[in-house]
Design a binder for this molecule. Sequence first.
Ligand SMILES: NC(=O)c1ccc[n+]([C@@H]2O[C@H](COP(=O)([O-])OP(=O)(O)OC[C@H]3O[C@@H](n4cnc5c(N)ncnc54)[C@H](OP(=O)(O)O)[C@@H]3O)[C@@H](O)[C@H]2O)c1
Length: 299
Amino acid sequence: MRNQDSGGLANGESTRTLEYGLNLRAGFHIMRVHARFCRLTKASILIRLPDVEGKVALVTGGSRGIGRMIARGLVAAGAKVYIASRTGSEETARELSREGLCLPLQADLSQEAGLLAVAEALRSAEGALHVLVHSAGAHHVASLEDHSPQAWDELWSINVKAFFRLVQEFQPQLRQASRPGDPARVIALGSADGARVPQMDVYAYAASKAALHHLVTHLARRLARRGITVNAISPGAFPTDMLRPALEQWGEETVNKQVPMQRFGEPGDIEAAILYLVSRGGSYVTGAVLPVDGGLALV
Ligand SMILES: NC(=O)c1ccc[n+]([C@@H]2O[C@H](COP(=O)([O-])OP(=O)(O)OC[C@H]3O[C@@H](n4cnc5c(N)ncnc54)[C@H](OP(=O)(O)O)[C@@H]3O)[C@@H](O)[C@H]2O)c1
């Protein structure tokens, strides 16, 4: 409908058009800001996100491997990131602090004393925790006959129990961080081996990851009303220390060929997944187990 006063549009239409124009302009502005802060490489995406900037995150197992990739993505996006592991966190924190703010915590999270020490250290430094990522984990490859009871205890302590205990301990800080439309985020690192029958003899590991996937859905349902989302990222084959026994046993080429997309995971794959879950895009997503595995869970 045309109208002379509003440059040819009826009043309602002109308001909507104006809003649309402003939204479009705001969108282009955000894209330009993002583009300015973006640095894309083959393996890594570094992007400063306004809705992640200034948030406080804890990444267990952030000293190396996938946890380090996650910590790096969050640091680059502008979060203040604590990383916790038994060793190596200081060096990693120093390296990642070149791009932002990364602080080390040292503890064995499979032990109650270590877990409480991390909880206490973070609580005394921060009132709110916006993002909790549990990437610390252990792996064990042994035949049915050689799979030891100790391996079961060790793996379940760090892979499953530590995750549950961290969520328990950080309830008040997660609730403190939560805002309407912007919930606090809890993310566990599951595994494609928790979603299928694995190729290798990883009985304790695969069962622990299947349990973790289930625990994520259970917690997601309980915590949704408290303004906390709970999700899992389920990686496939990423060439970290954890995958080394598989690479040695099968060879790089064989492992690669098992993946339907015929390549290993790269840091950029994990960084993009974590940034999705912690930013506006993931604010209405809870109880999901997001495969980042090139199709491995389908094999
Ligand atoms: N790599 C893969 O292909 C793959 C595939 C599927 C799932 N995942 C999952 O992704 C997560 C990360 O795996 P990754 O490949 O990065 O493993 P990784 O390279 O072996 O790193 C494991 C991390 O966890 C920490 N950690 C282990 N035990 C710990 C404990 N008791 N207390 C505190 N920190 C502990 C390690 O540091 P310290 O040794 O210094 O303590 C390290 O930072 C794990 O949950 C794993 O199951 C990995």
